[in-house]
Design a protein around this ligand. Structure first.
Ligand SMILES: [Fe+2]
Ligand SMILES: [Fe+2]
Length: 272
């Protein structure tokens, strides 16, 4: 099944006002907030890595439609990075120190890892991580997980989720066109998942360490995380990983495009 739905880059210009958005913007809970912040921190450089990985192969693509989708994918990812970076500036204004972590992650960790692997492997890692971000995107739009978030952060994450769904098959289609080896694809998933979880966890812990929370406080906030949200990412990713192991896997096997379409239509941003 192949949908090739239209990919539309949008400029959003969210305003991240540190006086309007609380420090604990997710359910008034520092654990939930920093878990989400930790993921947000890995996005911009991760997305620039995705762009570089796919752009490396752009000239090798004969399919004009795929080339056009790849360019729209670049524009969407660049836009996500820009908006998330603005939200990090707000974190700094709220008193959190994130620049040191970002410098390490962006200037040391990602470039070092990138140099270790050949282009086909980097592309496979990108295709795999796009499957994971689309999985998270589907969850963000299909259920009420973000209802507990501050409206501005919710708007940011839902827009990002919708565009992740719109472009979810691009990197995968480029990988299948220029390489397509099963073991490279699976190796990319294993490496991508492990790296994502590592930097996500480091970022979340780094932020949490900046709170003055006693062990008792942490227990209190841990108990306030809704039961159905505990270990949710692990369960989601395990299912996504198993699905990805199918030899005939394709991102479009899951038709969740209507979620993106309906959300973007609701906010009046379907066209651009
Ligand atoms: Fe993105
Ligand atoms: Fe993406």
């Amino acid at each position: 099944m192949k949908f090739n739905k239209k990919i539309t880059p949008r400029r959003m210009d969210f305003e991240f006002d540190e006086n309007a958005i609380p420090r604990w913007w997710f359910a008034d809970n520092p654990l939930m907030t920093h878990y989400a912040n930790g993921l947000n921190l890995v996005f911009p450089e991760g997305e620039r890595f995705f762009i570089r990985s796919v752009a490396h192969y752009l000239d090798q693509l004969d399919d004009d439609d795929l080339k056009e989708r790849a360019r729209a994918f670049f524009a969407q990812e660049a836009s996500h990075g820009r908006e998330h970076t603005h939200s990090f500036e707000m974190l700094e204004r709220q008193g959190y120190r994130v620049s040191k972590y970002l410098r390490f992650y962006e200037k040391r960790a990602v470039p070092t890892l990138e140099k270790l692997f050949p282009p086909a492997f980097r592309l496979a890692t990108t295709a795999a991580l796009e499957h994971l971000t689309a999985t998270l995107g589907e969850r963000a739009l299909a259920d009420d997980v973000l209802d507990l978030a501050h409206p501005r952060m919710r708007d940011l994450l839902r827009w990002h989720a919708a565009e992740e769904i719109e472009h979810k098959s691009v990197a995968y289609d480029v990988f299948q066109t220029v390489d397509g080896r099963y073991w490279v694809r699976i190796f990319g998933m294993t490496f991508g998942l492990a790296t994502l979880m590592l930097f996500w966890t480091i970022g979340a812990r780094m932020l949490l360490a900046q709170e003055t929370l006693s062990r008792k406080d942490k227990k209190y906030y841990q108990a306030r995380i809704p039961k159905n949200r505990r270990n949710e990412t692990r369960k989601l990713f395990r299912a996504a990983f198993l699905d990805y192991l199918r030899r005939d896997f394709h991102p479009d096997d899951r038709d969740d495009y209507h979620l993106a379409h309906d959300y973007l239509e609701r906010i009046g941003r379907l066209a651009a």
